[in-house]
Design a protein around this ligand. Structure first.
Ligand SMILES: NC(=O)c1ccc[n+]([C@@H]2O[C@H](COP(=O)([O-])OP(=O)(O)OC[C@H]3O[C@@H](n4cnc5c(N)ncnc54)[C@H](OP(=O)(O)O)[C@@H]3O)[C@@H](O)[C@H]2O)c1
Length: 330
């Protein structure tokens, strides 16, 4: 299966690192990088690219040095690849991502996305376009990084009747919150978070709560077909914490989707978490969620530390799932 990777930042480079680390094994042999792009260049190689070479030149500062053929961005879909992987930064309105996915479907390509804004703002349009074109879009990495929420439900809970989902699905905002709780300034907390590669390119998407609100929309629409938009979600950020009384470290920015009497309630709020709630055990870089199930006990899945590497793992998992429907490239 030939893939086009758009975006070689924290997640893109982690993905290249994993592919490099396993290049002598069979694990990812069906995934061939045919096209790669960052902000400066878009390059293509019919026979596939060596992930180590690509990573080496990206880290050096210029993927043009790989020697692979530079192509015109407007001619992206003239090149031969099967799956487009969106690892580019979010835009507030999500239009860039939506247009790219619709173009991909029209040109008979599948999509794997880690970027949230296109899906959160245009869920219905994107899903309908995929269906009409008989294409697939997988998006595990959009919510809770490498913690498998959608796959967990799809593959392990197909018979479950879900009543709510509640989780810490944005590590950056919670990292900042807990860092401020420990006495650091907002600015120092941002600098600390940058070291872990968990901030959006424009960190205000995280700290104003927009990123977490987008994730809430994707959860609601994907899991319970809620048909909501970002404007339907009440959300908090972590830039102004003056309204919080008591110990800040007992609070988390939690995404919450509830089915109440057949109606969906979705929010992304700063809440004081009960001491016996397992989510409180998550520190800043942790991610996880609880699923409420009718007639069963709730299930919780937590990962104590998550970031670009784990997110790249979720992207690769989606690619492996798609590769099952492509002829082997061995
Ligand atoms: N970081 C995480 O832990 C995490 C977790 C879950 C989801 N995500 C999502 O995954 C996506 C990537 O995150 P990231 O942390 O890797 O972001 P990042 O470090 O900011 O990297 C973004 C990459 O996109 C490239 N880019 C920007 N505009 C482009 C364009 N027009 N065409 C092609 N490439 C372009 C940038 O190029 P240059 O290198 O030339 O600047 C950079 O390589 C984001 O949408 C984010 O929300 C990230």
């Amino acid at each position: 299966m030939k893939v086009a990777i758009l975006g070689l930042g924290q997640v893109g480079r982690s993905l290249l690192q994993i592919l490099s680390d396993y290049s002598s094994t069979d694990r990812f042999r069906d995934i061939r990088i045919a096209l790669a792009a960052d902000f400066q260049h878009m390059i293509f190689n019919e026979a596939g690219m060596d992930p180590r070479r690509l990573l080496y030149y990206k880290q050096k500062g210029d993927i043009w040095g790989t020697g692979y053929r530079e192509i015109d961005r407007n001619g992206l879909f003239r090149e031969d690849f099967d799956v487009l992987v969106d690892l580019m930064p979010a835009t507030k309105d999500g239009v860039r991502a939506r247009d790219l996915y619709l173009d991909a479907f029209r040109n008979h390509r599948d999509v794997v996305a880690a970027c949230k804004s296109g899906l959160a703002n245009f869920w219905d349009e994107v899903m309908k376009a995929a269906k009409t074109s008989s294409r697939k879009i997988l998006y595990e990495a959009t919510v809770a990084g490498g913690v498998p929420l959608f796959n967990f439900i799809k593959h392990c809970n197909r018979t479950a009747d879900i009543s709510y989902i509640r989780g810490q699905v944005n590590s950056a905002a919670n990292f900042i919150l807990l860092s401020i709780a420990s006495g650091k300034s907002f600015e120092a907390s941002i600098e600390e978070a940058k070291k872990f590669g968990i901030l959006e390119a424009d960190y205000h998407f995280d700290t104003l709560g927009i990123d977490s609100a987008w994730k809430t929309v994707i959860i609601a629409n994907s899991v319970i077909d809620a048909k909501i938009k970002p404007s339907d979600v009440r959300y908090d950020g972590v830039e102004d914490l003056s309204g919080i009384h008591g110990n800040l470290d007992e609070y988390r920015l939690l995404s919450s989707v509830n089915m109440v009497s057949g109606k969906v309630e979705a929010s992304s709020s700063l809440v004081k978490v009960n001491p016996d709630d397992p989510i409180l055990s998550l520190k800043g870089r942790g991610l996880g969620f609880t699923i409420g199930l009718r007639d069963r006990s709730p299930m919780t899945l937590l990962e104590s530390s998550d970031g670009p590497v784990e997110t790249a793992g979720a992207v690769l998992n989606d690619l492996l799932e798609l590769s099952d429907s492509f002829p082997s490239t061995r």
